[in-house]
Design a protein around this ligand. Structure first.
Ligand SMILES: [Zn+2]
Length: 153
């Protein structure tokens, strides 16, 4: 793996660990030339999954895009990137287990919200506000009481 800083080809793995329930390996690497440290992930290659968006168009499922949305929702919350990695891996696992080559963005959104509700209330509400496009405070409050009730169980 080439160093992304100095482009030298020789880098050394200093730490490897299973993440996302063993679905991926995370490696910390150090460049033997400039000592730059970076992280790589290794995961099983899967067939492409199409996401049907609300307006009916299709796009390829992108874990990076999903993660980016989650990072935004979890900004300044105690949710860690490892937790988000696991959340996305869980969802991917479930999606691929269905064997369906297409899935609606709505379904993915619900799957995310279900899991996010258990991780962090603020992140959940932020994600929900983008995803469900609440138009008023009442919608927000309804959603909040819904999740509070569920977390009590
Ligand atoms: Zn380097």
């Amino acid at each position: 793996m080439r160093c992304s800083q100095c482009q030298q080809a020789d880098t050394k793995v200093i730490e490897s660990r299973d993440v996302a329930d063993g679905e991926a390996v995370r490696r910390r690497r150090v460049c033997t030339n400039c000592q730059y440290r970076f992280t790589t992930y290794e995961r099983v290659e899967r067939p492409q999954l199409a996401v049907i968006k609300n307006n009916g168009t299709r796009e390829l499922f992108s874990r990076e895009k999903l993660l980016a949305g989650l990072y935004r929702a979890c900004e300044k919350t105690p949710v860690t990137s490892l937790q988000l990695d696991k959340l996305v891996a869980d969802i991917e696992h479930e999606l691929y287990a269905c064997g369906d080559p297409e899935v609606s963005s709505q379904k993915i959104g619900s799957m995310v919200m279900e899991r996010l509700a258990q991780l962090n209330e603020v992140a959940y509400v932020r994600f929900a506000s983008v995803y469900r496009r609440f138009t008023n405070i009442a919608g927000f409050e309804k959603e909040l009481s819904h999740i509070r009730q569920r977390n009590k169980i």
